[in-house]
Design a protein around this ligand. Structure first.
Ligand SMILES: CC(=O)N[C@H]1[C@@H](OP(=O)(O)OP(=O)(O)OC[C@H]2O[C@@H](n3ccc(=O)[nH]c3=O)[C@H](O)[C@@H]2O)O[C@H](CO)[C@@H](O)[C@@H]1O
Length: 347
């Protein structure tokens, strides 16, 4: 028995697969990842011991005609390659994004059991296609743009250890700033503009910029304040140990990809989410809204996010800290990986 975990292109599609792989391993089931050729996928998987296939595919949605033709031909070549790797007896779990499509099509042609997990509150393009062929569909949030009556609400699979983090009541003013797996230029600039005020409030900041945006962000801090890092500020391109960073934090500012929302919620930290305005069908906004509606923190849209509003929201997290912590302490945690594996027939 082997499970193919297909998806990638961003951490948001890949980390849920890793959370599931951690559990499958204990059940002595063989695993293979099928990911994209973006460096983020290999960077995340290389230090781990799971086998993975890099697929040479690009997104087919939203670009010009010539680009689409190229993408479709790449996709076809990759599907043929995948058909040599995927076996009829494999169970294939599609984690969404363009990197899951070639594996999904190969699995369809091989007539394998197909399962779909959608991380966001709006179903993505690739998953929407495969849902009709899936034996079961798992969702992290209730889906807004599609009726899937038999979908199983599992929450987002989160890596081990994160959900065991305790809420804080006695707190200092440690603020973790995350831009999602690729970083966020919008949040980086907002932080540079807001740093002086946050520093005056005694806030200590760990700021993850994204690998591609690291240099420009450091330069931004330097040109505005003369120095970049110091007592109150630590800048990093990528947080390798997210569990450790969440433990250190008292509050978080973040983009609102599904993984980020679930991890911050399970780590029981109040947060200000700034959803990516351009996310397909505004899905980050709906992910973040779920968090806000439960009273765990705030959503601040890009249009509302002036440095003044931003700092007010952060200060409001600290002012009402114990109220947020009490609510977060009672977060109902789904054991997403276990539910998914049991629905796939692994007991
Ligand atoms: C630009 C883009 O396409 N964004 C999408 C992507 O976001 P993104 O990849 O940022 O997705 P998520 O927020 O879901 O997950 C990010 C993951 O990366 C990890 N992490 C992040 C930063 C870091 O320094 N270290 C680290 O380990 C987080 O712990 C988390 O597990 O996938 C999400 C889930 O489908 C979507 O909602 C987003 O719209």
């Amino acid at each position: 028995m082997r499970v193919v975990l297909a998806g990638g292109g961003t951490g948001g599609h890949l980390y849920p697969g890793i959370a599931i792989a951690e559990k499958l391993e204990r059940k002595k089931v063989d695993i293979i990842f099928m990911v994209s050729d973006r460096t983020v996928d290999s960077k995340i998987l290389s230090p781990l011991h799971y086998p993975f296939i890099v697929q040479h595919v690009t997104p087919v949605k939203g670009k010009g005609f010539l680009y689409k033709i190229k993408s479709f031909s790449k996709l076809s070549v990759q599907v043929l390659k995948n058909m040599k790797i995927i076996k009829r007896s494999d169970k294939v779990l599609l984690l969404g994004g363009f990197a899951s499509a070639a594996a999904g099509l190969a699995a369809l042609l091989k007539r394998c059991e197909i399962y779909v997990h959608e991380q966001n509150s709006v179903m993505g393009f690739a998953n929407r296609f495969f849902v009709k062929f899936a034996k079961k569909v798992f969702v992290s949030f209730e889906i807004k743009n599609m009726e899937i009556p038999e979908a199983v609400l599992t929450g987002n699979p989160v890596r081990e250890g994160i959900a065991e983090i305790e809420p804080k009541y006695e707190h200092s003013r440690h603020l973790l700033v995350l831009g999602g797996s690729q970083g966020s230029r919008f949040i980086n600039r907002l932080m540079i503009e807001s740093f002086e005020r946050l520093k005056k409030e005694g806030i200590e900041i760990k700021h993850q910029t994204g690998s591609m945006l690291y240099n420009e962000t450091v330069e931004g801090y330097k040109s505005k304040y003369g120095v970049c890092e110091g007592e109150n500020l630590e800048i990093t391109d990528y947080v390798n140990d997210i569990q450790d960073a969440l433990k250190w934090s008292d509050a978080v500012v973040s983009r609102a990809g599904s993984g980020s929302v679930y991890e911050i919620m399970y780590a029981k930290r109040p947060a200000v989410f700034i959803p990516l305005k351009l996310a397909a069908d505004n899905h980050q906004y709906f992910n973040a809204k779920f968090f806000e509606e439960h009273g765990y923190g705030y959503v601040l849209t890009e249009d509302e996010a002036t440095p003044e509003n931003f700092c007010k929201k952060i200060m409001s997290l600290f002012k009402n800290y114990n109220g947020f912590s009490r609510k977060l302490a009672s977060v109902k945690r789904f054991n997403a990986s276990e539910i998914i594996l049991s629905e796939m027939g692994f007991v």
